[in-house]
Design a protein around this ligand. Sequence first.
Ligand SMILES: CC(=O)N[C@H]1[C@@H](OP(=O)(O)O)O[C@H](CO)[C@@H](O)[C@@H]1O
Length: 504
Amino acid sequence: MPSLQQIRTALDGSGQAHVLRFWPELDSEQQEVFLRELAQLDLPRLEEHCRAAAEAAAAASCAPDRDLEPNLEPVPPESMGSVRRSDPDCLAGWEREGFLQISRSRVAVLLLAGGQGTRLGVRYPKGMFDVGLPSGKTLYQIQAERILKIQQLAESRLGSKCTVPWYIMTSEFTLKPTQTFFQENAHFGLQPSNIVMFEQRMIPAVTFDGKVILEDKGKIAMAPDGNGGLYQALEDNGVLEDMERRGVEFVHIYCVDNILVKMADPLFVGFCVAKGADCGAKVVEKAHPAEPVGVVCRVGGVPQVVEYSEIRPETARRRGPAGELVYSAGNICNHFFTRSFLQDVVKTFKDQLKPHVALKKVPFVDSCGNQVKPTEPNGIKMEKFVFDVFPFSRSFVVLEVRREDEFSPLKNADGAPSDTPTTARNALLAQHCRWAADAGAALLDEQGNSIQMPPSSSAENHPALKCEISPLVSYFGEGLEPLKGKTIRTPFILDGAAAAELQA
Ligand SMILES: CC(=O)N[C@H]1[C@@H](OP(=O)(O)O)O[C@H](CO)[C@@H](O)[C@@H]1O
């Protein structure tokens, strides 16, 4: 660990002497903690980081990138598959391929869970959130059970025991609570050795004039380096070597907040493998031009995602001859990568990823040592995006899926118009009602009236649908034969015990 003097010299040399302004006021314990934190900074690159942040923020304030526009085009149809439009035999073939790879233990899932949940307004990892399902399950539990189920399905279809390892990228904010939560819940029935948690790096928030922000007298305001910090974290933690040891060849990467995520989705994995892709993305048709999702497209002939914060509203609103949005491929943060592509990224490309600028309200101590909670953005956070490696792909594909089956993200607290605990809960419950109805069950509401299924598009706002099917019973609506001809009064939870009872 570098000494205080070495750190002081490095900070002075990079124009950040103010960081130690309150050092004499700290007691010895606070000094020790602060010194440890300072020792973890990338001091040789600090000056460059601060200057780049200030410059990027100044450039970003001049409007979204206008140079993008003339080079932008939708993904060409030959790189796309669609669950809604592709031939059923094709879909079945892709699914078979996916199951084959899963059954050989060649598929892993990787969760991006380093975020702070600021918009949702919770102080714990988003994965620990309970959206108020009848079962009270959290996002982590639902995901864990989907892994258990997909392993089981692959085993029963192909007769070989298999493992889908779960890699979880956390940050300083989320690692400890996530570890504790998993331990307290007996890893939700998964083998602890098949869950690999690792931490992404943190970087300092910076003022508009390029100064590191002090959150407290002995604490720098740090933020995770964005979900694109993944590639650095893979290297820092030897994750690709771990995958290689386990024989993993294909990785399904996803964000923690989508309650409908299909872990290791055999159809998506099989589609990408069958197409010989090194990199793939799942999309849904955008609901409306201003929906806060990135757009999967091409820029200057190479695949890319233009993030919702960076696209010009006029571009997002552009429509084709039939009135459809030209840029309609909404990114749902479900990506496929081959391990060998990830290796290339880590070895060759990751340092070329350009950080994106986010202007945030960052609490700080002023020069007199007073705590200030700003009402306007005062700080710059620099984030890398996980999809910024798409341009390096040699064979990039996109699979369009049904929103009502695959995408209902949890971003905001209840009260917001969309992407809330309520919309996430309703989306899942409506999906399960559809599964039950498709299996031949008649559903009654709490008063005993027959439930009319609403159109899928409005299901997120339909509160009467209270049928929850455990992922341990069904992964995507399969295996629900015991429901045939049954009349079910909601709220209803179909877990393993209830399914056995129905069967009997
Ligand atoms: C950097 C990144 O991955 N951004 C993703 C991600 O957005 P967030 O607002 O960062 O959660 O999830 C969205 C889908 O929920 C996706 O549309 C968007 O492109």
